[in-house]
Design a protein. Structure first.
Length: 185
C-alpha cells in the first residue's frame, strides 16, 4: 500500500535532525510523532522553529524517544511503498533517525511522490490509452495534479503528509475519469 510521509526538522543544516514525523496510508490511516532529540542531536535553528512552530523545549517535554519512533516506523511501514514530496531531505532525516536508533539506515526507503502519481496513472490507463499516447497522457495528468498543489506547505508533518495523499487521490480520480471517458469512445 502507498504511504505518504513527511518530516519536520531542526534546521536545513548538515547536522539537522528530525523533530516530527507523520505518515498517511492511501486508505487514510495516519500517525504523527514528535521526536525527542537523541543525545548527540544539538543543531537548532530559530528560523526553522519560527516556520514549523515547534520548540526544542516542546520536543524534550512531549516528544517520544527517537528509538521508539524509529521502531514504530519499522513496524508500521515495512513492506509498504513510502513516498515524500522531498525525498532527499526526508530521506536524510529518516536515515538520521534510523542510525541514531541503531537500525540500518536503509531499513525504509523513500521515493518521490511523483513516482506514485505516475505508477497509479499508468496502472489505470495502460489498458485504455494507446501505447504511443500513454506516456504523454500520464505526464499531462501528473502535471495537472501537481498544478493544484498549495504553493506553501503547512510545515507540520501530518498536514504535509495528508496533502501528498490528497494529491495522489486527485491524480487517481482524474485518471479514473480519463479512463472512463476513453473507454466510451
Amino acid at each position: 500500500m502507498n504511504v505518504f510521509l513527511d518530516f519536520e526538522a531542526s534546521s536545513l543544516a548538515d547536522r539537522s535532525y528530525p523533530i516530527e514525523v507523520a505518515w498517511v496510508f492511501e486508505d487514510g490511516r495516519s500517525e504523527s510523532h514528535l521526536i525527542a532529540p537523541a543525545p548527540a542531536w544539538t543543531d537548532w535553528d530559530e528560523e526553522s522553529e519560527r516556520i514549523h512552530g515547534i520548540t526544542r523545549e516542546t520536543l524534550v517535554r512531549d516528544g517520544a524517544a527517537h528509538d521508539a519512533v524509529a521502531a514504530r516506523m519499522i513496524a508500521a511501514l515495512s513492506d509498504h511503498a513510502l513516498f515524500a514530496s522531498a525525498p532527499s531531505w526526508d530521506g536524510k532525516w529518516l536515515s538520521a533517525l534510523l542510525r541514531a536508533a541503531g537500525l540500518p539506515r536503509h531499513a525504509l526507503r523513500l521515493q518521490d511522490t511523483d513516482v506514485a502519481l505516475r505508477d497509479t496513472a499508468i496502472s489505470i490507463l495502460r489498458d485504455v490509452v494507446p501505447a504511443d499516447r500513454l506516456a504523454v497522457t500520464v505526464h499531462d495528468l501528473v502535471a495537472s495534479a501537481n498544478a493544484t498543489k498549495s504553493a506553501a506547505p503547512a510545515h507540520r508533518a501530518l498536514a504535509d503528509a495528508a496533502a501528498e495523499r490528497d494529491l495522489w487521490r486527485k491524480l487517481r480520480e482524474d485518471a479514473l475519469s480519463y479512463a472512463a471517458a476513453a473507454a466510451r469512445t
